[in-house]
Design a protein around this ligand. Structure first.
Ligand code: SF4
Length: 696
């Protein structure tokens, strides 16, 4: 398939081709697609124009057809013999080995000594059912601590919802902090809404130390000092409280801790003048933004993962949701929508009598993070290397590459090498897979079936029908789990003649049946506003919690506070390192893509023009970025659009294991980061790093 084509050429290409509904799974936003194949080849892919994304696809999705036949993909199950040495084995040998090791580990250490980490596959739910309900480990986890863990916990405890979505299109004032909605890896449904809002004259304010792609399109860019967003947000709350700009009837009826919160921001002295000293944003600007936000209807403030990159990001994220609550707009048009989910059911059910008894708490609870929505993965080496809080002996990694994505790489590699048993399930070899005892080739989203929740605003289920036969011996996770289950005496629970059989179980309560989904690719419900009026919010008090009962119950401050971030620049390391993504890359799937590498072959570190001039660094020079943990060489990009004193590294390059075209392209910054974990959420503080730089 060629990368571009005019309409005539496209029509010729898809004539007589077979179309199947698909899901792009390069990134977690999972855009619905239509995949055209002929003779076992993908000839064209386009966005599904009738689903909520309205046919949108990003550059990564457009380039993803390469995946279908990429010769660099994993082809067979492999057993590790030693460094860079693998032996091809059969699936039966792989399943037999996994079953034996799981049996041995359970007998010696208990089932909780096995954990499964997944990133990008709703079909991992099969692994969840098998490992938690049949085998008996409570340790089935995603990758959220490396992503939006702080935002997620904030949303859960303040609003009682795990994933509020954004009704940008109907908003008149939008303020974004730590979220690059028009840049890397954001929901296309929402990006479209934001662009629509801008075309209607909506005011967009972006608060970020760097001029992101979104900030470039904003009405106002506020280049705040890194990691001080919480101070700015609390000062906005102070203005709203002291000038009584809140929606009092809403707050009295629908919030918990309203008076307490108002007293708190005043008594703690979170004034705009105080915040100016912390954030370097002028007090007058903070007050103006607070008045503008509270005085515009509809208006919203939102964040994603950016605030959580600092050790103080959890409380900052809580205040984001509290501000939206103070103005009474939550779950209304133009604000945060408490998304309703499509009624999907589990594909496999384990009878109560056969369910394993779980004897130990899950790792995150045992580690002392009872509120964490996902495992604090930076602490996993403690369990493997030191047996804290209890020993972990075997890990499964599905489409996740922590040897690259986690800070403190050295310790993570030591952990991988200390495991009794490890299995990587992926489409490509990765730095993590290279250390695993077994490497299993996973079918790509062109070759596997999926039924999953869409992340768009309405309740929506989306279907992926396999468009191609699996690449060489690759298998989807549901077939891999079935193979293991059969070897361990649970085969009868994981039995089906075709994927349609389990897919029908998933959609049995959906208003559309599987045959309809096969034609349309999705089922979409209505967006409903103000749903809390029917049954309240899903928090302990049934209200939006300005003072969090869950926090208080676990001995944390119920009210959000401001604390400095943990790592501050000093004389030896005078720059703050921050990181942001490119729109061209998302995890392992994109790293070796020739189209994406042609668009952007290498990453860089952005420096302010004045800082660069002072250090004699010109645009394009090679520089060395050094933290107390180590140093890395990288290309410099000199621009005025980054705050002085900040080094902003664009990540997603520098993968070292590739034999393919990505090898040697760009730099990877995580080895110079230290372990920094939010003490309540367990989220990773990727921006907690001070550095010095020099031209090399
Ligand atoms: S945002 Fe792009 S990469 Fe992500 S699912 Fe959609 S098209 Fe694919």
């Amino acid at each position: 398939m060629r990368e571009t084509a005019g309409t005539t050429e496209t029509l010729a290409r898809i004539r007589d081709a077979e179309m199947t509904p698909g899901i792009c799974y390069v990134c977690p936003w999972t855009c619905p697609t239509e995949v055209f194949t002929r003779g076992g080849d993908v000839v064209y892919v386009r966005g599904n124009t009738r689903a909520s994304t309205r046919g949108s696809r990003c550059v990564k999705g457009e380039a993803s057809h390469v995946l279908a036949k990429d010769p660099n993909r994993l082809k067979h199950p492999m057993k590790r013999l030693g460094p860079n040495e693998f032996q091809r084995i059969t699936w039966d040998e792989a399943f037999t080995l996994i079953a034996r090791k799981l049996g041995e580990i359970k007998a010696a250490w208990g089932p909780e000594a096995v954990a499964y980490l997944w990133h990008l596959d709703p079909n991992s739910v099969f692994a969840q059912v098998f490992l938690t309900e049949c085998y008996g480990t409570p340790n089935y986890y995603g990758h959220t601590s490396a992503c939006e863990q702080d935002r997620r916990l904030a949303a859960l405890t303040v609003l009682g919802h795990v994933f509020p979505v954004h009704d940008y299109e109907h908003s008149k004032f939008i303020m974004l902090l730590g979220i690059n909605m028009l840049g890397a890896n954001q929901s296309l449904f929402e990006s479209r809404g934001l662009l629509q809002a801008l075309s209607q004259g909506t005011r967009l304010v972006v608060v970020d130390p760097a001029l992101t792609a979104t900030a470039e399109k904003a009405s106002e860019w506020v280049p705040i000092a890194p990691g001080t967003d919480g101070a700015l947000l609390l000062a906005m709350a102070h203005t709203i409280v002291t000038e009584k700009l809140y929606d009092e009837p809403f707050c009295r009826q629908w919030t918990h801790g309203f008076d307490e919160f108002c007293r708190h921001v005043v008594e703690r002295g979170y004034t705009a003048d105080w915040a100016q000293g912390v954030t370097s944003v002028e007090a007058a600007t903070i007050r103006r933004l607070a008045r503008e936000f509270a005085g515009t209807k509809p208006a919203m403030i939102e964040t994603f993962k950016g605030l959580g990159n600092y050790s103080n990001g959890l409380d900052a994220s809580r205040v984001v949701y509290i501000l939206n609550a103070l103005t009474g707009q939550v779950d209304g048009p133009g604000n945060l929508i408490l998304k309703e989910w499509a009624p999907l059911q589990p594909p496999v059910t384990v009878p109560e009598a056969r369910k394993a008894k779980i004897g130990k708490p899950p790792l995150h609870v045992a580690m002392g993070y009872p509120l964490a929505p996902d495992l604090p993965t930076q602490l996993l080496p403690d369990a493997v290397l030191e047996g804290k809080p209890y020993p972990v002996k075997a890990l499964f990694f599905q489409c996740t590459n922590p040897a690259m994505s986690e800070p403190n790489t050295e310790r993570y590699l030591a952990m991988l090498r200390a495991l009794d048993f490890s299995v990587a399930i992926d489409t490509y070899m990765s730095e993590t897979a290279a250390e695993c005892h077994l490497v299993l080739p996973e079918a790509s989203f062109y070759e596997r079936a999926e039924v999953r929740q869409s992340l768009a605003m309405p309740p929506e289920a989306i279907l992926c029908v396999p468009a191609l036969a699996p690449y060489h011996e690759a298998r989807p996770v549901y077939e891999i789990v079935r193979g293991i289950a059969e070897k361990m005496g649970y085969g009868d629970l994981f039995r089906w003649d075709s994927w349609e059989e389990w897919a029908r179980r998933i959609v049995r309560d959906l208003p559309a049946d599987l045959e309809t989904l096969k034609r349309t690719g999705f089922w979409s419900g209505e967006v409903r506003y103000h749903k809390y009026r029917e049954g309240g919010f899903a928090t302990p008090t049934g209200k939006i919690e300005l003072a969090s009962e869950s926090f208080a119950k676990h001995g944390y401050n119920a009210l959000p506070e401001y604390r400095d971030r943990k790592v501050l620049p000093d004389a030896a390391y005078p720059f703050q390192l921050i990181n942001t993504k490119f729109e061209t890359h998302c995890n392992l799937t994109t790293q070796n893509n020739p189209i994406l590498l042609r668009i952007r072959g290498e990453n860089w570190a952005e420096l302010n023009t004045e800082d660069a001039r002072r250090l004699g660094i010109a645009d394009g020079d090679r520089i060395e970025v050094e933290s107390p943990r180590g140093k890395v060489g990288i290309q410099a990009k000199v621009r005025p659009g980054v705050r002085p004193g900040v080094v902003c590294v664009r990540h997603g390059h520098g993968f070292g294991h590739w034999q393919g075209i990505a090898k040697g392209r760009g730099s990877h910054i995580n080895p110079i980061l230290d372990t920094n974990v939010n003490p309540i959420s367990g989220g990773i503080g990727y921006n907690e790093c001070k550095v010095r730089i020099r031209k090399v």
